[in-house]
Design a protein around this ligand. Sequence first.
Ligand code: ZN
Length: 135
Amino acid sequence: MRKIEHIGIAVKNLEAANEVFAALFDEEHYKVEKVESEGVSTSFFQVGPNKIELLEGTHPDSPISKFIEKRGEGIHHIAFDVEDIEAEIARLQAKGFRVLNETPKPGADGKVVAFLHPKSSNGVLVELCMDRRKY
Ligand code: ZN
């Protein structure tokens, strides 16, 4: 893994949260994107070299809506930038991590992604993230 690619924050209302975080960062979000397959609307902020993703569920059964129902709003996942997502999946599985999707899937902001179950990483939902054009 090369670096933290972004931090994902679950929010109830994306529009309202966009205003809060724009005020916090003194910078508007640079993109809003719906990922229908994941049941989320996302927005992205660039903060210096770092990226923050806000996520709102698009329906009550989406994983984000369920997360908020159980644990409230807040930090949802940490995404790490990887050079070769398939090699990382294989490496982590060999070490006993539970990969939620063995086949990388399209994520927001031009990425392909895979998630590790938080139970295998001390309660942290880990997202592996690779530029889609390299896939
Ligand atoms: Zn993410």
